[in-house]
Design a protein around this ligand. Structure first.
Ligand code: NAD
Length: 495
Protein backbone atom coordinates (compact mmCIF):
# COMPACT_ATOMS: atom_id res chain seq x y z
CA UNK A 1 0.00 0.00 0.00
CA UNK A 2 0.98 3.60 -0.24
CA UNK A 3 2.95 4.28 2.93
CA UNK A 4 2.98 8.02 2.36
CA UNK A 5 1.45 9.32 5.58
CA UNK A 6 0.61 12.86 4.54
CA UNK A 7 -3.08 13.67 5.00
CA UNK A 8 -3.81 10.27 6.51
CA UNK A 9 -4.74 8.98 9.92
CA UNK A 10 -1.67 7.29 11.32
CA UNK A 11 -0.57 4.85 13.98
CA UNK A 12 2.50 5.64 16.08
CA UNK A 13 4.95 2.78 16.43
CA UNK A 14 6.69 2.86 19.79
CA UNK A 15 9.78 1.28 21.24
CA UNK A 16 8.38 -0.67 24.22
CA UNK A 17 11.60 -0.20 26.17
CA UNK A 18 11.65 3.60 26.01
CA UNK A 19 8.09 4.52 25.02
CA UNK A 20 9.64 6.67 22.29
CA UNK A 21 7.86 6.93 18.90
CA UNK A 22 10.10 5.32 16.30
CA UNK A 23 7.85 5.54 13.28
CA UNK A 24 4.40 6.19 11.92
CA UNK A 25 2.37 4.13 9.51
CA UNK A 26 -1.01 4.77 7.90
CA UNK A 27 -4.08 3.55 9.76
CA UNK A 28 -5.35 1.58 6.79
CA UNK A 29 -9.01 1.40 5.84
CA UNK A 30 -11.23 -1.10 4.04
CA UNK A 31 -10.70 1.03 0.90
CA UNK A 32 -6.93 0.56 1.20
CA UNK A 33 -7.48 -3.19 1.42
CA UNK A 34 -9.75 -3.08 -1.63
CA UNK A 35 -7.05 -1.24 -3.57
CA UNK A 36 -4.35 -3.65 -2.34
CA UNK A 37 -6.38 -6.62 -3.59
CA UNK A 38 -6.93 -4.94 -6.97
CA UNK A 39 -3.19 -4.42 -7.43
CA UNK A 40 -2.32 -7.86 -6.06
CA UNK A 41 -4.82 -9.65 -8.34
CA UNK A 42 -3.39 -7.93 -11.41
CA UNK A 43 0.21 -8.75 -10.40
CA UNK A 44 -0.74 -12.36 -9.65
CA UNK A 45 -2.00 -12.98 -13.19
CA UNK A 46 1.49 -12.37 -14.57
CA UNK A 47 3.30 -13.99 -11.67
CA UNK A 48 1.39 -17.25 -12.17
CA UNK A 49 2.93 -17.42 -15.68
CA UNK A 50 6.53 -17.20 -14.40
CA UNK A 51 8.66 -20.32 -14.05
CA UNK A 52 9.58 -21.96 -10.74
CA UNK A 53 13.18 -21.33 -11.71
CA UNK A 54 12.54 -17.59 -11.83
CA UNK A 55 10.79 -17.62 -8.45
CA UNK A 56 13.57 -19.74 -6.93
CA UNK A 57 16.13 -17.24 -8.13
CA UNK A 58 14.31 -14.40 -6.33
CA UNK A 59 13.94 -16.37 -3.10
CA UNK A 60 17.61 -17.34 -3.06
CA UNK A 61 18.63 -13.71 -3.64
CA UNK A 62 16.31 -12.74 -0.78
CA UNK A 63 17.96 -15.43 1.39
CA UNK A 64 21.35 -13.75 0.99
CA UNK A 65 19.99 -10.21 1.33
CA UNK A 66 18.34 -11.10 4.65
CA UNK A 67 21.59 -12.57 5.95
CA UNK A 68 23.73 -9.69 4.68
CA UNK A 69 21.38 -7.09 6.17
CA UNK A 70 20.80 -8.99 9.41
CA UNK A 71 21.98 -6.16 11.66
CA UNK A 72 19.56 -3.70 10.11
CA UNK A 73 16.74 -6.24 10.43
CA UNK A 74 17.57 -7.16 14.02
CA UNK A 75 17.75 -3.46 14.98
CA UNK A 76 14.31 -2.90 13.47
CA UNK A 77 12.79 -5.96 15.15
CA UNK A 78 14.25 -5.07 18.53
CA UNK A 79 13.24 -1.41 18.29
CA UNK A 80 9.57 -2.11 17.74
CA UNK A 81 9.22 -5.34 19.72
CA UNK A 82 11.65 -4.99 22.64
CA UNK A 83 12.99 -8.57 22.44
CA UNK A 84 16.65 -9.40 23.05
CA UNK A 85 19.05 -9.70 20.13
CA UNK A 86 19.29 -13.49 20.15
CA UNK A 87 15.51 -13.73 19.74
CA UNK A 88 15.71 -11.21 16.87
CA UNK A 89 18.37 -13.41 15.27
CA UNK A 90 15.93 -16.35 15.37
CA UNK A 91 13.65 -14.38 13.06
CA UNK A 92 16.38 -13.59 10.55
CA UNK A 93 17.49 -17.22 10.46
CA UNK A 94 13.91 -18.47 10.14
CA UNK A 95 13.23 -16.22 7.16
CA UNK A 96 16.47 -17.27 5.43
CA UNK A 97 15.89 -20.99 6.09
CA UNK A 98 12.28 -20.80 4.89
CA UNK A 99 13.32 -19.02 1.67
CA UNK A 100 15.94 -21.64 0.96
CA UNK A 101 13.62 -24.54 1.80
CA UNK A 102 10.75 -23.46 -0.43
CA UNK A 103 13.10 -22.25 -3.18
CA UNK A 104 14.38 -25.81 -3.54
CA UNK A 105 11.53 -27.97 -2.28
CA UNK A 106 8.44 -25.90 -3.10
CA UNK A 107 8.30 -26.63 -6.85
CA UNK A 108 8.39 -30.41 -6.38
CA UNK A 109 5.28 -30.22 -4.18
CA UNK A 110 3.14 -28.10 -6.49
CA UNK A 111 4.28 -28.96 -10.00
CA UNK A 112 2.07 -31.03 -12.31
CA UNK A 113 2.29 -34.74 -11.45
CA UNK A 114 1.15 -37.97 -13.13
CA UNK A 115 -1.21 -39.96 -10.91
CA UNK A 116 -2.52 -43.50 -11.20
CA UNK A 117 -5.28 -43.56 -13.80
CA UNK A 118 -8.52 -45.57 -13.39
CA UNK A 119 -8.04 -47.63 -16.59
CA UNK A 120 -4.39 -47.95 -17.53
CA UNK A 121 -3.87 -47.59 -21.26
CA UNK A 122 -7.29 -46.04 -21.82
CA UNK A 123 -6.92 -43.15 -19.37
CA UNK A 124 -4.20 -40.84 -18.07
CA UNK A 125 -4.47 -38.65 -14.92
CA UNK A 126 -2.54 -35.60 -13.77
CA UNK A 127 -2.71 -33.68 -10.51
CA UNK A 128 -2.30 -29.96 -11.03
CA UNK A 129 -1.96 -27.38 -8.30
CA UNK A 130 -2.58 -23.86 -9.55
CA UNK A 131 -2.33 -21.06 -6.97
CA UNK A 132 -5.35 -19.99 -4.95
CA UNK A 133 -5.02 -16.38 -6.11
CA UNK A 134 -4.53 -13.78 -3.38
CA UNK A 135 -3.60 -15.11 0.06
CA UNK A 136 -4.41 -13.00 3.13
CA UNK A 137 -1.75 -13.16 5.84
CA UNK A 138 -2.60 -11.72 9.27
CA UNK A 139 0.38 -11.73 11.62
CA UNK A 140 0.97 -11.15 15.35
CA UNK A 141 3.45 -8.90 17.15
CA UNK A 142 5.76 -11.49 18.67
CA UNK A 143 7.80 -12.44 15.58
CA UNK A 144 7.10 -9.37 13.49
CA UNK A 145 9.46 -10.27 10.66
CA UNK A 146 9.29 -14.04 10.46
CA UNK A 147 5.57 -14.61 11.08
CA UNK A 148 4.78 -11.94 8.49
CA UNK A 149 7.24 -13.03 5.81
CA UNK A 150 7.85 -16.76 6.33
CA UNK A 151 4.26 -17.72 5.53
CA UNK A 152 4.17 -15.37 2.56
CA UNK A 153 7.20 -17.13 1.02
CA UNK A 154 5.56 -20.49 0.16
CA UNK A 155 2.39 -18.67 -0.91
CA UNK A 156 4.44 -16.63 -3.39
CA UNK A 157 6.45 -19.64 -4.51
CA UNK A 158 3.19 -21.42 -5.37
CA UNK A 159 2.23 -18.50 -7.65
CA UNK A 160 -0.02 -16.45 -5.38
CA UNK A 161 -0.05 -12.78 -4.52
CA UNK A 162 -0.22 -11.84 -0.82
CA UNK A 163 -1.99 -9.09 1.09
CA UNK A 164 -0.38 -8.92 4.51
CA UNK A 165 -1.47 -7.19 7.70
CA UNK A 166 1.18 -7.02 10.40
CA UNK A 167 0.21 -6.32 14.00
CA UNK A 168 -0.46 -2.62 14.51
CA UNK A 169 2.29 -2.44 17.17
CA UNK A 170 5.00 -3.97 14.95
CA UNK A 171 4.47 -3.08 11.28
CA UNK A 172 7.99 -1.81 10.47
CA UNK A 173 9.77 -5.18 10.33
CA UNK A 174 7.20 -6.55 7.88
CA UNK A 175 7.61 -3.45 5.70
CA UNK A 176 11.37 -3.96 5.74
CA UNK A 177 10.92 -7.63 4.83
CA UNK A 178 8.82 -6.59 1.85
CA UNK A 179 11.42 -4.00 0.84
CA UNK A 180 14.09 -6.72 0.72
CA UNK A 181 11.87 -9.09 -1.26
CA UNK A 182 11.30 -6.36 -3.85
CA UNK A 183 15.03 -5.63 -3.88
CA UNK A 184 15.56 -9.35 -4.54
CA UNK A 185 13.36 -9.05 -7.64
CA UNK A 186 9.79 -9.71 -6.45
CA UNK A 187 7.32 -7.64 -8.52
CA UNK A 188 6.25 -4.76 -6.27
CA UNK A 189 2.51 -5.35 -6.68
CA UNK A 190 2.67 -8.95 -5.61
CA UNK A 191 3.13 -8.46 -1.88
CA UNK A 192 0.89 -5.75 -0.49
CA UNK A 193 1.36 -4.71 3.14
CA UNK A 194 -1.63 -2.87 4.60
CA UNK A 195 -1.00 -1.47 8.08
CA UNK A 196 -3.84 -0.93 10.53
CA UNK A 197 -6.10 -2.56 13.05
CA UNK A 198 -7.54 -6.05 13.10
CA UNK A 199 -11.10 -4.76 13.22
CA UNK A 200 -10.75 -2.70 10.06
CA UNK A 201 -7.85 -3.94 7.90
CA UNK A 202 -7.89 -7.53 9.22
CA UNK A 203 -11.62 -7.90 8.67
CA UNK A 204 -11.41 -6.43 5.17
CA UNK A 205 -8.74 -9.03 4.31
CA UNK A 206 -10.83 -11.90 5.71
CA UNK A 207 -13.73 -10.76 3.52
CA UNK A 208 -11.67 -10.74 0.31
CA UNK A 209 -8.85 -13.27 0.40
CA UNK A 210 -8.84 -16.64 -1.40
CA UNK A 211 -7.01 -18.32 1.50
CA UNK A 212 -6.52 -17.04 5.04
CA UNK A 213 -3.21 -17.57 6.82
CA UNK A 214 -3.68 -16.40 10.40
CA UNK A 215 -1.28 -16.45 13.32
CA UNK A 216 -2.46 -15.08 16.65
CA UNK A 217 -4.64 -15.82 19.64
CA UNK A 218 -7.09 -18.71 19.79
CA UNK A 219 -9.95 -16.30 20.49
CA UNK A 220 -9.33 -14.35 17.27
CA UNK A 221 -8.54 -17.50 15.29
CA UNK A 222 -11.83 -19.14 16.18
CA UNK A 223 -13.75 -16.07 15.10
CA UNK A 224 -11.87 -15.78 11.79
CA UNK A 225 -12.22 -19.52 11.11
CA UNK A 226 -16.00 -19.14 11.29
CA UNK A 227 -15.92 -16.20 8.91
CA UNK A 228 -13.70 -18.09 6.48
CA UNK A 229 -15.96 -21.14 6.69
CA UNK A 230 -18.98 -18.98 5.86
CA UNK A 231 -17.20 -17.89 2.67
CA UNK A 232 -16.11 -21.50 1.96
CA UNK A 233 -12.47 -20.47 1.74
CA UNK A 234 -9.74 -22.59 3.21
CA UNK A 235 -7.55 -21.37 6.06
CA UNK A 236 -4.59 -22.15 8.28
CA UNK A 237 -4.78 -21.06 11.92
CA UNK A 238 -1.64 -21.00 14.06
CA UNK A 239 -2.87 -20.21 17.57
CA UNK A 240 -2.01 -20.25 21.27
CA UNK A 241 -0.39 -22.84 23.50
CA UNK A 242 0.22 -23.86 27.11
CA UNK A 243 3.25 -25.94 26.38
CA UNK A 244 4.56 -28.60 28.77
CA UNK A 245 8.10 -29.81 29.47
CA UNK A 246 8.77 -33.21 31.01
CA UNK A 247 11.98 -34.00 32.90
CA UNK A 248 12.53 -37.75 33.30
CA UNK A 249 14.84 -39.38 35.87
CA UNK A 250 17.28 -40.30 33.06
CA UNK A 251 17.37 -36.76 31.61
CA UNK A 252 20.73 -35.15 30.87
CA UNK A 253 20.18 -32.85 33.84
CA UNK A 254 22.83 -30.19 33.24
CA UNK A 255 21.66 -29.72 29.66
CA UNK A 256 18.03 -29.67 30.79
CA UNK A 257 18.73 -26.92 33.32
CA UNK A 258 20.64 -24.92 30.71
CA UNK A 259 18.01 -25.50 28.01
CA UNK A 260 14.97 -24.89 30.19
CA UNK A 261 15.44 -21.18 30.73
CA UNK A 262 15.81 -20.56 26.99
CA UNK A 263 12.71 -22.70 26.38
CA UNK A 264 10.65 -20.71 28.90
CA UNK A 265 12.02 -17.20 28.52
CA UNK A 266 13.15 -17.02 24.88
CA UNK A 267 11.53 -14.02 23.19
CA UNK A 268 10.56 -12.74 26.67
CA UNK A 269 8.15 -15.68 26.97
CA UNK A 270 6.02 -14.18 24.20
CA UNK A 271 6.33 -17.22 22.02
CA UNK A 272 3.49 -19.55 21.11
CA UNK A 273 5.80 -22.57 21.49
CA UNK A 274 7.60 -21.54 24.69
CA UNK A 275 7.22 -23.61 27.84
CA UNK A 276 4.80 -22.54 30.60
CA UNK A 277 4.56 -25.82 32.58
CA UNK A 278 7.32 -28.16 33.78
CA UNK A 279 6.62 -31.69 35.07
CA UNK A 280 9.69 -33.03 36.77
CA UNK A 281 10.06 -36.56 38.13
CA UNK A 282 10.44 -36.74 41.91
CA UNK A 283 13.83 -38.52 41.64
CA UNK A 284 15.44 -35.47 40.04
CA UNK A 285 13.03 -32.75 41.18
CA UNK A 286 15.27 -31.21 43.84
CA UNK A 287 18.39 -31.15 41.67
CA UNK A 288 16.56 -29.81 38.62
CA UNK A 289 14.61 -27.15 40.50
CA UNK A 290 17.63 -25.90 42.40
CA UNK A 291 19.77 -25.67 39.25
CA UNK A 292 16.98 -24.16 37.14
CA UNK A 293 16.08 -21.51 39.72
CA UNK A 294 19.75 -20.60 40.13
CA UNK A 295 20.21 -20.18 36.38
CA UNK A 296 17.01 -18.10 36.06
CA UNK A 297 18.12 -15.80 38.90
CA UNK A 298 21.39 -15.32 37.03
CA UNK A 299 19.71 -14.25 33.78
CA UNK A 300 20.79 -10.95 32.32
CA UNK A 301 17.54 -9.05 31.72
CA UNK A 302 17.37 -5.61 30.14
CA UNK A 303 16.56 -3.50 27.11
CA UNK A 304 19.11 -2.90 24.38
CA UNK A 305 21.02 -4.38 21.50
CA UNK A 306 23.85 -6.06 23.45
CA UNK A 307 24.20 -9.74 22.63
CA UNK A 308 24.78 -10.49 26.33
CA UNK A 309 21.16 -9.76 27.30
CA UNK A 310 19.24 -12.99 27.90
CA UNK A 311 15.80 -11.40 27.86
CA UNK A 312 14.29 -8.08 26.79
CA UNK A 313 11.01 -6.29 27.40
CA UNK A 314 7.41 -7.30 26.81
CA UNK A 315 5.56 -5.81 23.87
CA UNK A 316 3.83 -3.10 25.93
CA UNK A 317 2.89 -1.85 29.38
CA UNK A 318 -0.67 -3.17 28.79
CA UNK A 319 0.58 -6.67 28.05
CA UNK A 320 2.80 -6.49 31.16
CA UNK A 321 -0.30 -5.55 33.18
CA UNK A 322 -1.88 -8.85 32.08
CA UNK A 323 1.21 -10.87 33.06
CA UNK A 324 1.35 -9.12 36.42
CA UNK A 325 -2.33 -9.88 37.02
CA UNK A 326 -1.77 -13.60 36.24
CA UNK A 327 1.11 -13.79 38.73
CA UNK A 328 -0.83 -11.86 41.39
CA UNK A 329 -3.79 -14.21 40.98
CA UNK A 330 -1.51 -17.27 41.32
CA UNK A 331 0.06 -15.82 44.47
CA UNK A 332 -3.36 -15.09 45.94
CA UNK A 333 -4.23 -18.74 45.33
CA UNK A 334 -1.17 -19.84 47.28
CA UNK A 335 1.56 -20.22 44.64
CA UNK A 336 5.18 -20.02 45.78
CA UNK A 337 7.51 -17.73 43.84
CA UNK A 338 10.86 -19.44 43.36
CA UNK A 339 12.37 -16.77 41.11
CA UNK A 340 11.28 -13.37 39.77
CA UNK A 341 7.63 -12.48 40.19
CA UNK A 342 7.94 -8.73 39.77
CA UNK A 343 7.51 -6.10 37.15
CA UNK A 344 10.55 -4.02 36.25
CA UNK A 345 9.58 -0.54 35.01
CA UNK A 346 6.68 -0.26 32.62
CA UNK A 347 7.04 -3.03 30.02
CA UNK A 348 9.40 -5.55 31.57
CA UNK A 349 8.71 -8.54 33.78
CA UNK A 350 11.23 -10.69 35.61
CA UNK A 351 11.68 -14.27 34.41
CA UNK A 352 9.44 -16.01 36.90
CA UNK A 353 9.36 -19.55 38.25
CA UNK A 354 6.41 -20.65 40.38
CA UNK A 355 5.61 -23.79 42.36
CA UNK A 356 2.51 -24.98 44.27
CA UNK A 357 0.20 -23.46 41.65
CA UNK A 358 -3.29 -24.79 42.39
CA UNK A 359 -5.76 -25.60 39.59
CA UNK A 360 -7.86 -22.63 40.69
CA UNK A 361 -5.15 -20.17 39.64
CA UNK A 362 -5.87 -18.81 36.17
CA UNK A 363 -2.40 -19.43 34.82
CA UNK A 364 -2.65 -23.12 35.69
CA UNK A 365 -4.49 -23.64 32.40
CA UNK A 366 -4.50 -20.29 30.58
CA UNK A 367 -1.71 -19.10 28.29
CA UNK A 368 0.18 -16.21 29.95
CA UNK A 369 2.28 -15.37 26.88
CA UNK A 370 4.95 -13.95 29.15
CA UNK A 371 8.04 -15.07 31.09
CA UNK A 372 6.21 -17.19 33.65
CA UNK A 373 6.54 -20.94 34.18
CA UNK A 374 5.42 -23.25 36.96
CA UNK A 375 6.94 -26.51 38.17
CA UNK A 376 5.01 -29.58 39.31
CA UNK A 377 6.65 -32.70 40.77
CA UNK A 378 5.31 -36.02 39.45
CA UNK A 379 5.76 -39.57 40.77
CA UNK A 380 5.82 -41.31 37.39
CA UNK A 381 6.25 -40.59 33.71
CA UNK A 382 2.72 -41.87 33.26
CA UNK A 383 1.51 -39.03 35.46
CA UNK A 384 3.72 -36.55 33.59
CA UNK A 385 2.16 -37.53 30.24
CA UNK A 386 -1.36 -37.37 31.66
CA UNK A 387 -0.83 -33.88 33.09
CA UNK A 388 0.99 -32.66 29.99
CA UNK A 389 -1.99 -33.70 27.84
CA UNK A 390 -4.55 -32.29 30.27
CA UNK A 391 -5.00 -29.04 28.37
CA UNK A 392 -7.21 -27.57 25.68
CA UNK A 393 -4.07 -26.69 23.73
CA UNK A 394 -1.62 -28.87 21.80
CA UNK A 395 1.09 -26.81 20.16
CA UNK A 396 4.55 -27.76 21.42
CA UNK A 397 6.01 -30.05 24.07
CA UNK A 398 9.53 -30.72 25.29
CA UNK A 399 10.88 -33.94 26.77
CA UNK A 400 14.24 -34.32 28.52
CA UNK A 401 15.16 -37.99 28.88
CA UNK A 402 17.40 -40.73 27.52
CA UNK A 403 16.50 -41.21 23.83
CA UNK A 404 14.47 -44.44 24.27
CA UNK A 405 12.41 -43.01 27.14
CA UNK A 406 11.99 -39.71 25.34
CA UNK A 407 10.76 -41.24 22.08
CA UNK A 408 8.24 -43.41 23.94
CA UNK A 409 6.91 -40.33 25.75
CA UNK A 410 6.86 -38.28 22.54
CA UNK A 411 4.57 -40.82 20.87
CA UNK A 412 1.97 -40.20 23.55
CA UNK A 413 2.00 -36.41 23.63
CA UNK A 414 -0.91 -34.55 22.07
CA UNK A 415 1.10 -31.77 20.46
CA UNK A 416 1.97 -30.63 16.96
CA UNK A 417 5.70 -30.54 17.74
CA UNK A 418 7.68 -32.49 20.33
CA UNK A 419 11.25 -31.44 21.01
CA UNK A 420 13.44 -34.14 22.54
CA UNK A 421 16.22 -32.74 24.71
CA UNK A 422 15.56 -29.17 23.62
CA UNK A 423 12.81 -26.60 24.15
CA UNK A 424 11.34 -25.40 20.88
CA UNK A 425 13.90 -24.34 18.27
CA UNK A 426 14.86 -27.66 16.59
CA UNK A 427 11.31 -28.75 15.71
CA UNK A 428 10.49 -25.22 14.59
CA UNK A 429 13.54 -25.25 12.30
CA UNK A 430 12.82 -28.76 10.95
CA UNK A 431 11.17 -27.23 7.91
CA UNK A 432 10.75 -30.52 6.06
CA UNK A 433 8.12 -31.69 8.58
CA UNK A 434 4.73 -30.06 9.21
CA UNK A 435 4.27 -27.80 12.21
CA UNK A 436 1.10 -26.58 13.87
CA UNK A 437 -1.36 -27.12 16.64
CA UNK A 438 -3.60 -29.90 17.90
CA UNK A 439 -6.87 -29.12 19.68
CA UNK A 440 -7.43 -25.37 20.19
CA UNK A 441 -3.87 -24.53 19.12
CA UNK A 442 -4.80 -24.40 15.48
CA UNK A 443 -6.00 -25.91 12.25
CA UNK A 444 -3.76 -26.55 9.26
CA UNK A 445 0.01 -26.61 9.23
CA UNK A 446 2.98 -24.57 8.11
CA UNK A 447 6.28 -26.05 6.87
CA UNK A 448 6.89 -29.18 4.78
CA UNK A 449 4.70 -30.17 1.84
CA UNK A 450 1.50 -28.99 3.52
CA UNK A 451 3.06 -25.56 4.08
CA UNK A 452 2.92 -24.91 0.33
CA UNK A 453 0.22 -27.21 -1.07
CA UNK A 454 -2.37 -25.47 1.12
CA UNK A 455 -1.85 -22.36 -1.01
CA UNK A 456 -2.94 -24.22 -4.15
CA UNK A 457 -6.26 -25.42 -5.54
CA UNK A 458 -5.88 -29.06 -6.64
CA UNK A 459 -7.18 -29.97 -10.08
CA UNK A 460 -7.54 -33.57 -11.30
CA UNK A 461 -7.20 -33.75 -15.09
CA UNK A 462 -8.00 -37.16 -16.58
CA UNK A 463 -7.81 -37.91 -20.29
CA UNK A 464 -9.59 -40.84 -21.96
CA UNK A 465 -8.43 -42.28 -25.27
CA UNK A 466 -9.91 -44.66 -27.82
CA UNK A 467 -13.33 -45.42 -26.34
CA UNK A 468 -15.89 -44.10 -23.88
CA UNK A 469 -15.87 -45.89 -20.58
CA UNK A 470 -19.59 -46.15 -19.81
CA UNK A 471 -21.35 -45.29 -23.10
CA UNK A 472 -19.28 -47.53 -25.39
CA UNK A 473 -21.90 -49.53 -27.23
CA UNK A 474 -21.38 -52.73 -25.22
CA UNK A 475 -24.60 -54.32 -23.94
CA UNK A 476 -24.86 -53.18 -20.31
CA UNK A 477 -24.97 -56.65 -18.83
CA UNK A 478 -21.81 -57.62 -20.72
CA UNK A 479 -20.23 -54.35 -19.55
CA UNK A 480 -21.00 -55.34 -15.94
CA UNK A 481 -19.50 -58.83 -16.45
CA UNK A 482 -16.39 -57.42 -18.16
CA UNK A 483 -15.89 -54.77 -15.47
CA UNK A 484 -16.25 -57.31 -12.65
CA UNK A 485 -13.87 -59.76 -14.34
CA UNK A 486 -11.31 -57.01 -15.07
CA UNK A 487 -11.43 -55.72 -11.49
CA UNK A 488 -10.98 -59.20 -10.02
CA UNK A 489 -8.11 -59.94 -12.40
CA UNK A 490 -6.41 -56.64 -11.60
CA UNK A 491 -7.02 -56.61 -7.84
CA UNK A 492 -3.47 -57.45 -6.82
CA UNK A 493 -1.76 -56.35 -10.03
CA UNK A 494 -3.01 -52.81 -10.48
CA UNK A 495 -3.58 -51.83 -6.81
P1 NAD B 1 -4.32 -11.41 18.28
O1 NAD B 1 -5.21 -12.52 17.86
O2 NAD B 1 -4.85 -10.40 19.19
O3 NAD B 1 -3.75 -10.61 17.00
C1 NAD B 1 -3.07 -11.24 15.95
C2 NAD B 1 -3.34 -10.47 14.66
O4 NAD B 1 -4.73 -10.52 14.35
C3 NAD B 1 -2.97 -8.99 14.73
O5 NAD B 1 -2.45 -8.57 13.49
C4 NAD B 1 -4.32 -8.34 14.98
O6 NAD B 1 -4.38 -6.99 14.55
C5 NAD B 1 -5.23 -9.22 14.16
N1 NAD B 1 -6.64 -9.20 14.57
C6 NAD B 1 -7.11 -9.04 15.84
N2 NAD B 1 -8.45 -9.06 15.82
C7 NAD B 1 -8.83 -9.26 14.53
C8 NAD B 1 -10.09 -9.36 13.88
N3 NAD B 1 -11.24 -9.28 14.55
N4 NAD B 1 -10.12 -9.54 12.54
C9 NAD B 1 -8.97 -9.65 11.85
N5 NAD B 1 -7.76 -9.52 12.40
C10 NAD B 1 -7.68 -9.34 13.74
O7 NAD B 1 -3.04 -12.12 18.88
P2 NAD B 1 -1.91 -11.50 19.83
O8 NAD B 1 -2.40 -11.57 21.23
O9 NAD B 1 -1.42 -10.23 19.33
O10 NAD B 1 -0.76 -12.60 19.62
C11 NAD B 1 -0.41 -13.49 20.58
C12 NAD B 1 -1.12 -14.83 20.38
O11 NAD B 1 -0.67 -15.40 19.16
C13 NAD B 1 -0.77 -15.84 21.46
O12 NAD B 1 -1.92 -16.55 21.82
C14 NAD B 1 0.22 -16.76 20.77
O13 NAD B 1 0.29 -18.05 21.31
C15 NAD B 1 -0.29 -16.76 19.36
N6 NAD B 1 0.75 -17.11 18.41
C16 NAD B 1 0.68 -18.32 17.79
C17 NAD B 1 1.69 -18.72 16.91
C18 NAD B 1 1.68 -20.06 16.24
O14 NAD B 1 2.43 -20.25 15.30
N7 NAD B 1 0.86 -21.00 16.67
C19 NAD B 1 2.78 -17.87 16.69
C20 NAD B 1 2.81 -16.65 17.36
C21 NAD B 1 1.80 -16.27 18.20
Amino acid sequence: MNTDITHRETIDVRNPATGETIGQVPRGTANDVEEAFRIARRAQQQWAQTSFRHRRHILLRFHNLVLDRRDELMDQIQDENGKNRLSALEEVLDVALTSRYYAYHGPGEVKRKRRKAPLPGLTRTWEERPPKGVVGVIAPFNYPLSLAVSDAIPALMAGNAVVLKPDERTPLSALKGRELLVEAGLPAGLLQVVTGTGEEVGQAIVERCDFLMFTGSTATGEKLAQQAAARLIDFSMELGGKNPMIIAPDAPLERAIEGAWAACFGNSGQLCISIERIYVHRDVAAAFTEGFVRSVRGMNVGAGREWELDMGTQISAEHTDKIEAYVRDAREHGATVLAGGNRIGSAMFEPTVLADVPPAAKLHREEVFGPVVYIEVVDSLEEAVRRANDTEYGLNASVWAAPRTARAIARRLEAGTVNINEGYAPAWSALDAPMGGWKRSGAGRRHGAHGITKFTEPRNVTETRGMNIMANGLPRERLADAAAAALKWGRDILR
